[in-house]
Every structure is written in structure tokens, then in C-alpha cells.
Write a protein that binds this ligand. Sequence first.
Ligand code: GLV
Ligand code: GLV
Length: 315
Amino acid sequence: MLAGVADQLVISEEDRPWTVDELERNVRGFDAVLCMLHDPIDLRVLQAANGCRIFANMAVGFNNIDVVEATKLGIMVTNTPGVLTEATADLAWALILAVARRVADGDRVMRAQEFPGWGPNYLLGGDVTGRTLGLVGPGRIAQAVARRSVGFEMPLVYSGRRQSPTLEALGARWLELDELMAESDFISLHVPLTPETTHLIDARRLGLMKPSAYLINTARGPVVDETALVSALKSHRIAGAGLDVYEREPAMAEGLAGCLNAVLLPHLGSATLQTRSNMSRIAAENIIAALNGDRPANLINPDALPGTGLPDILP
Ligand code: GLV
Ligand code: GLV
């Protein structure tokens, strides 16, 4: 988190996110705030930032910001789309391969010096090549995951509110989410977190999955009912899960750490040096544009700009 006035730049020195109380104290009087996905930018913080022109989130997701209230207050909100698409798709693939081929199990065995020697039935996993990949959400990251699946010769299905010509060009078939849950061998989540997508994958939908199927989440934790997922993993109702995000980060649901059929990563989707450099540069460019009176390239709420009339509720 970082905030700046023309000649004054304040950078949080904490090695942790600021709380709402700290944010409320610290954003006062600044023209721009560069915030991270773990900073809860709610109504209180926005009101405290009275007069601020922009909150530039260093993330593609912006569920941490109350965009409707920011718009009403005339505060611009920006994100950093595009530059993290490929890195996040790579990580989704790392999870697909790791959970199906038991990469983390194998690593644990070796470090514990417990490798008993090659065996015909030793640490068997699931096949990837030729299995059906289900993409929940038709956006950029889903498309990048789909492109990578071509080499694995996977039939593709996807769900979402809109059909995607890009996905269809890769041979993907649109399905209702319930059908996708039932047909897919790998289900990879690529929806933003909104009230509609909170617990989109709940106990009922997990119950539609094949027992041999895997769930991959590189989107946002609350899209999945994590407690229901722990039950599905513990009872081997599904084969496994690859998770990069959690419902109450950095905490995990009780029992999840004990589920060895899950591969668990600490929110690393965009965590490459190049990607994070690009994200921080874009967030800074959005701020510079806003302070120069220009329209930032990644403006999420154009209705916050003066002269655009009454704010619209966002899609
Ligand atoms: C990462 O999770 C992002 O939204 O950028
Ligand atoms: C994010 O960039 C997405 O559209 O999936």
C-alpha cells in the first residue's frame, strides 16, 4: 500500500496489510493510493480518502474495493489486467499437472527419504492428456489456459454468461455450469469474485463432479465453499484439488492442510519477477494519468469521471 501527494510519498513499512483502521488513518489527504488485493478498501476508507482521485489496485481482481461507493464519491478505480494473464495460466497448469501426477506427494516422499523403489502401483495419479478440461468463466485467463491445453489434446468445455468466440475457435463447447461440473475431468475456475460468484462452487456442485475429477482454483478463494471442499477431499468424493487461493487468506479452512489429495500454493498466480514488475508499472501509470487529468488506461469505473452524469451500478 502506498499513497502520495504531489511532493509526498508514503509507503507502508509494515510487512503485512494495513487494517481498515490503519487504512482509514493513513489514506487521509492523499491524491492517489496504490493498493494491493489484500487491502480492504471499503466505504470507511474511501470516505477517509475524501478528495483522493484514484485507488490503483495492483491486481486484475478488484473485489477488495467497494467500486460502487468509490464511483459515488468520484474516486477512480483501476486494475492491472492483461499483464498477469500468462503467468496465472501457467500456474493453473502447474496445479493441474501437480495434483494429477502427484508431484507434491512425490516431493514429500523424497525429502522424507521414504522412496521404497519403483513399483507398478506406486503413487499412481490421474491422466491429463485426452481428459476433458472445464473452464468456469470465459475471460482472458481461461483463454490462456485453453491455449495451453491444445498440446494435451483435451476436449474443452466452458461456462459463463457470454459465449467466447476465442474459446469456440479452440474447439470449446459452452455448457451450463452444472453440466460442466458433471462432464469435466479438470475444472479450472476463472471468474472474478462478485456476490454472484461467491460460493459458486458449493457442496451441491462439488457433488456433481466425477469421483475421478480435480478442481483447480487460481481465481479467488470465496468462489469455492472451502469447508464443503474439505469434506469432498476427505471423503474422496473427488480425486483432488489444486488451490492457489483461499476463502479467508492467509488462513485455510480447518482440515484442508491434512488433505494430501490437494496441492496448496500461497497465492502465487502472478508471482513472477517480470509479471509483478509489469503490474506495478501499470498501477503507477494509471496513477500518473489520473493526476495529469487523463483517463487511466485501466479505468474500471468511468462514471467516477466528472461530467458523466449519475453513476451507473457496475455490471
Ligand atoms: C491476483 O490475484 C490478481 O487479481 O491480480
Ligand atoms: C482476467 O484477466 C480474466 O479476464 O480472466
